[in-house]
Design a binder for this molecule. Sequence first.
Ligand SMILES: C[S@@+](CC[C@H](N)C(=O)[O-])C[C@H]1O[C@@H](n2cnc3c(N)ncnc32)[C@H](O)[C@@H]1O
Length: 215
Amino acid sequence: MLPTPDLSHLKRQDYEHIYEPAEDTFLFLDAFEDEALFLKELQPKISLEIGSGSGCVTAFVAKILGESNCLKFCTDINPRATRATKRTAKHNQVSVEIIETHLISGLLPRLQGQFDLIYFNPPYVLTPSEEVGSNSVEAAWAGGIDGREVIDELLPYIKCLLSSIGVFYMVVINENKPDEIRNIMRQDGFDSSIVKTRLAGREKLFILKFVRATL
Ligand SMILES: C[S@@+](CC[C@H](N)C(=O)[O-])C[C@H]1O[C@@H](n2cnc3c(N)ncnc32)[C@H](O)[C@@H]1O
């Protein structure tokens, strides 16, 4: 069992401004642990976490990939989160390129088709649309209608970003309508599966995995 990354450098005051790792984060870690062999065999050359928050997931995935030559990118819209990710990477001796940006802005067209691994624990909570789009801690959860507004903005870009062998993982809850998301991605040429699911309080969490459909 791989240890959870060391986040002892992040204090209560930090979590007033960035997402504190919670059930969804830990389910994501568990899913990546289950996928470790697959990921090692995939040997990703370039990876991307969208919305890295504390940096916990990226540090964990980096440990799975070990000493491989994977260039790891993270983005977050919240400047405090990008700083926290940087500190977490340093604290856990992993190297990551961190970009403060909206979703994947600035990565296309230069990195089109280059990512072998993309993962996102998005803001998925159902909220009024007006709450979506901040760059503070609310960005961690505010997902708008059906909790899908940020998710739906990203989905069309996945086919442009992923390489031919690329894989995309995403956290969702039942209210996000996972089957509908899987259908949208199917139309973009992706097969999908549920790699992990867990009931956390009233939330039913899923980890979805997407790979390009084989002809
Ligand atoms: C649920 S938190 C997940 C944080 C961390 N990855 C984890 O699993 O603990 C969602 C993260 O996405 C970021 N985020 C929200 N909207 C974003 C956007 N449009 N572009 C980039 N990051 C965004 C938030 O700032 C937050 O850090």
